[in-house]
Design a protein around this ligand. Structure first.
Ligand code: ATP
Ligand code: MG
Length: 387
């Protein structure tokens, strides 16, 4: 049998919520590893242990674990008895074939009733390794770290530990409706909420048939890509061209963009309610474009009844782009499309919409009817990971 020992962030998981969080993480790991044969995930002594029959699946497993929020780190590990001499002998034999001149031993005990302290185990195993290999101990800059985790009658050792994605297990912070445009920012915003434990429901507005379906196609690629973090996703594709036409026909040009956004908010909220979402999420960053000034964001917010979250509000474009590259959405986001907002975008959008003016413009529209009409034409796409 082969094992992977995974750790979660202790601090994030303190308090009464802890069993709930660990349980959620275990269930997510089982989802993430679906399709890996004879793979078993369980919570054990403050860690998570994954047992597998077939070590050749490691690269698949590693890729899947890389995307699991809530993991601090993980390591393929070897199981051995926690009896001190047995453990020491196994480690000495195992390190013999490794090329290193300096090393350290880092022991953790899950079970404090073990007769030796961690430091005593470090010293004992370290001395035996020195004797067997002639290598030197270097606590600060070792070529090899021998990690030992003592867990009851068993122990695990390993030499390489991979950083996890961090954050909180998806699903423990409820669901949020993410406005996904196909641009650079909104996939990053969704990612950040997922990393804080939210399940994202994606909503995209497109201008088809007035423009091509390119933006909707991009939204699909992005939603599918992000599904690796939450295993199942819904993407709602909302036709928005008719609504924009109505707005263009009745409202002053400078107010259009804010009016589009307020209509988007109302529609996303309906979809959010249907999916039990507790908040809306957008990729707005303060001052980035005319629709994202403090004044306009306030007027857009006013149309929402759910909390409207903007996880990128304090980030600049360079920081957001950097994140988009890291999470693998950038390449898709920069593909050309025909975003519905550029359709009918006035040359001179206001940076300071007045709420009274906006309300007056809306009173000339059948807002309720437009929302209803759009909802009737919504298309639903579903994605699963692993597919
Ligand atoms: P992005 O790169 O996310 O498109 P942006 O800098 O282009 O952002 P805007 O286009 O003004 O900024 O959009 C601000 C936010 O409004 C987006 O991050 C997204 O959350 C939402 N949004 C804009 N257009 C759409 C759309 N067509 N469908 C869904 N959400 C949208
Ligand atoms: Mg955009």
């Amino acid at each position: 049998m082969h094992y992977v020992i995974a750790h979660y962030h202790e601090l994030a998981l303190k308090g009464r919520n802890r069993p709930f969080l660990v349980d959620r993480l275990v269930r997510n790991l089982r989802e993430a590893l679906r399709g890996v044969t004879h793979c078993h995930v369980e919570s054990l002594a403050g860690r998570i242990r994954i047992s597998l029959d077939d070590p050749t699946q490691w690269s698949t497993i590693k890729t899947r674990l890389d995307a699991v929020f809530g993991l601090a780190n993980f390591a393929p590990a070897v199981h051995v008895s926690s009896h001190l001499e047995t453990m020491t002998k196994a480690i000495c034999e195992s390190v013999q074939s490794l090329p290193f001149h300096t090393f350290r031993v880092t022991t953790k005990r899950a079970d404090k009733s073990y007769p030796l302290t961690s430091i005593e185990v470090n010293r004992h195993v370290g001395a035996a390794v020195v004797e067997r290999t002639g290598a030197h101990v270097s606590l600060d800059n070792p070529e090899l770290t021998i990690y030992i985790e003592v867990m009851g009658v068993g122990a695990y050792y390993f030499y390489e530990r991979f950083p996890g994605a961090g954050g909180l297990p998806v699903g423990m912070s409820g669901k949020v409706a993410c406005l996904l445009s196909g641009g650079i920012d909104s996939p990053v915003a969704a990612y950040r909420m997922m990393k804080r434990g939210c399940r994202a429901v994606f909503v995209h507005f497109h201008g088809h048939p007035y423009v091509t379906r390119a933006s909707a196609d991009k939204a699909e690629v992005l939603a599918r890509h992000l599904t690796r973090h939450q295993y199942y996703s819904r993407l709602y594709l909302v036709p928005f061209g008719d609504i924009q036409r109505q707005i263009v026909l009745t409202a002053p040009a400078p107010l259009r963009v804010v009016l589009y956004r307020r209509l988007m908010v109302r529609i996303a909220e309906e979809l959010g309610h249907a999916n039990k979402c507790w908040a809306l999420v957008s990729g707005d960053s303060l001052g980035q474009v005319a629709s994202q000034t403090a004044g306009n964001l306030t007027v857009v917010d006013e149309a929402a009844t759910l909390p409207f979250l903007r996880p990128l509000i304090g980030m600049d474009k360079v920081e957001i782009t950097d994140q988009a590259q890291k999470i693998g959405t950038y390449e898709t986001s920069i593909e050309p499309d025909q975003d519905c907002c550029r359709l009918f975008t006035p040359p001179n959008p206001t940076t300071q919409a007045n709420l009274e003016d906006v309300r007056r413009a809306e009173s000339l529209l059948d807002v309720h009817g437009l929302v209803k009409q759009a909802l009737e034409k919504v298309e639903l796409r579903e994605f699963k990971f692993p597919e």
